[in-house]
Design a protein around this ligand. Structure first.
Ligand code: SF4
Length: 67
């Protein structure tokens, strides 16, 4: 299983994603999220991506099932 990861322009820089999953997201200079990877593979990383997406209050983390 793989998930594509994208940050939409809805990101308001709350920071929950990169606090919760620093292996997948980091802040830019203004605190907005940057995805460290455009896709993840495997149960653990996909679960982390879903956890971050669920925690985002803006619904700004877009996950796309790949394969
Ligand atoms: S939790 Fe959502 S709004 Fe906050 S920084 Fe991450 S993507 Fe942006």
């Amino acid at each position: 299983m793989s998930l594509g990861i994208e940050i939409s322009e809805k990101c308001s820089g709350h920071g929950r994603c990169y606090v919760l999953e620093p292996g997948l997201f980091e802040p830019d200079d203004e605190g907005y999220a940057v995805a460290l990877r455009t896709a993840v593979t495997g149960e653990a990383d996909c679960a982390s991506a879903r956890r971050a997406a669920t925690a985002c209050p803006e619904g700004a983390i877009l996950l796309t099932e790949v394969g």
